[in-house]
Write a protein that binds this ligand. Structure first.
Ligand code: NZQ
Ligand code: ZN
Length: 403
């Protein structure tokens, strides 16, 4: 634990089957004007919309709506939402949905009173807001991103095909409260469930594969990964298993609420590769990560051999007896690959809509990161994409998962 840090996470969490009741308490802390933000309609089908509206009405709120926030929310949609929140003089943005809806609400929150173009200020120049921000509260319905307890916001500019995330430093941007009811995630299609599971796993990996010091955060990461492996194997066989789904939900929150990054650097290169693919294909976030991960980790493994060996032993139970460090590390990555296949994750970017002709352009919008074991140059980035593109299709048909 060599780094210096300060730690504060102000998001209040309510977890469990009764957690929506606490929305009553929370609403009393804010003014009358609430903007309800949601996605393409899943909350109307599964009844969450009606439950939330009833509570808002009971508390005498004056409600406007931003509906139709798409997965990988776009800049055009952000401009639209800013106008709605402005004209409604929003006192609270209530996000009801997955990471896209939560991220989007944070982007609206910092943009309503912003005097400049939010894309340029927040997503190109990565500046912090210098205007008043609107508080955000979340009711989470999709598990994976950790957006419910962090200050991250990812927006896609469809004109330039750039998908860019800004993790704001100002903790005011974190949701003021988040309601986590594992029961709300039960209607997720399996494709989204497993994609979210891999997103969680990779968030942990991004913060784990860095540095050589002995670090408390890494032990926490190993525990979270072990829990996730166990619960994911249960959930993929029986998605209605509440115990597994609740563990997965809780793991997701801790995987990316800044805790396990404390005192160390972090990599985030898989996310940069995945986001670049996402900007071109609009593919599901967790699947873009799954498709590039193994070519990336196999490539950087020699530069962080000790950690990859530890990962194999502590996370995947690989026995190091009589083997070289490299053999142990490779076995760990093989075990990870087997688990990814068990889940039915997409393992190549061609299955997500990328093709050979796109690769140069995708490489052009990929940010190289320097916090991990190796900073990739453009040729290496291209090599990872090519390897992913050439991987064999996975055995499981993703169409079977009712995408
Ligand atoms: O739009 P609706 O109809 O609600 O359907 C959604 C959407 O199609 C559906 N869904 C959500 N809850 C459901 C449900 N369907 C049935 N039942 C439910 N209970 O699931 C689909 C995907 O939702 P989305 O919010 O897009 O998924 P996710 O939570 O994975 O969020 C992805 C976005 O978050 C960003 C990603 O880049 C992407 O834009 N990320 C945000 C991060 C952060 N804030 O820290 C970090 C992540 O690494 C990630 O980059
Ligand atoms: Zn992610």
């Amino acid at each position: 634990m060599l780094g210096n840090f300060s730690y504060c996470n102000p998001t209040k969490l309510y977890f469990g089957e009764d957690s929506l009741n606490y929305l009553n308490e929370e609403l009393q802390k804010y003014g009358k004007n609430v903007v309800l933000v949601y996605g393409g309609g899943s909350i109307k089908k599964n009844g969450i919309y009606d439950e939330v509206i009833e509570i808002l009405k009971k508390n005498g709120k004056n409600v406007a709506e931003i509906a139709g926030v798409m997965p990988n929310p776009t800049l055009a949609k952000l401009y639209e939402g800013v106008e709605i929140a402005k004209s409604h003089q929003a006192d609270l943005l209530l996000a009801v949905g997955g990471g896209s809806v939560c991220d989007y609400s944070k982007a609206v929150s910092v943009s309503v009173n912003c005097k400049e173009d939010p894309w340029e200020k927040y997503f190109i120049r990565f500046e912090e807001p210098d205007c008043e921000v609107i508080p955000v509260g979340c009711v989470l319905t999709m598990v994976g991103t950790g957006s419910e307890m962090n200050a991250g916001s990812v927006i896609t500019n469809q004109d330039t095909k750039q998908k860019i995330g800004h993790v704001f430093a100002d903790e005011k941007i974190m949701p003021r409260f988040s309601i986590l009811n594992p029961g709300y995630t039960m209607t997720l299609p399996k494709y989204q469930m497993v994609s979210g599971i891999y997103d969680i796993f990779n968030h942990i990996c991004e913060q784990y594969f860095s540095g050589e010091d002995d670090n408390t955060s890494d032990y926490m990461s190993e525990g979270l990964m072990r829990s996730l492996l166990k619960s994911s194997r249960v959930a993929v066989k029986n998605p209605q298993d509440y115990e597994a789904r609740s563990n997965i939900m809780w793991t997701a929150t801790w995987a990316l609420n800044t805790l396990v990054a404390m005192g160390k650097s972090a990599d985030w290169m898989v996310h940069m590769l995945g986001q670049a693919v996402g900007g071109y294909t609009n593919a599901t976030h967790g699947m873009t990560l799954a498709a590039v991960s193994l070519p990336y980790y196999r490539y950087i493994m020699p530069y962080g051999l000790e950690k990859f060996k530890r990962f194999a032993v502590n996370v995947w139970n690989v026995s190091p007896e009589g083997k070289t460090d490299e053999q142990v590390a490779r076995e760990g990555l093989k075990a990870m690959e087997n688990w990814m296949n068990e889940l039915g994750l997409v393992m190549n970017i061609s299955e997500l809509g990328a093709n050979e002709e796109m690769l140069e352009s995708i490489a052009d919008v990929t940010f190289p990161m320097s916090g991990g074991y190796k900073e990739l140059n453009r040729d290496e980035i291209l090599r990872i994409f090519k390897e992913s593109l050439q991987r064999k299709f996975t055995k499981k048909s993703h169409q079977e998962m009712s995408v």
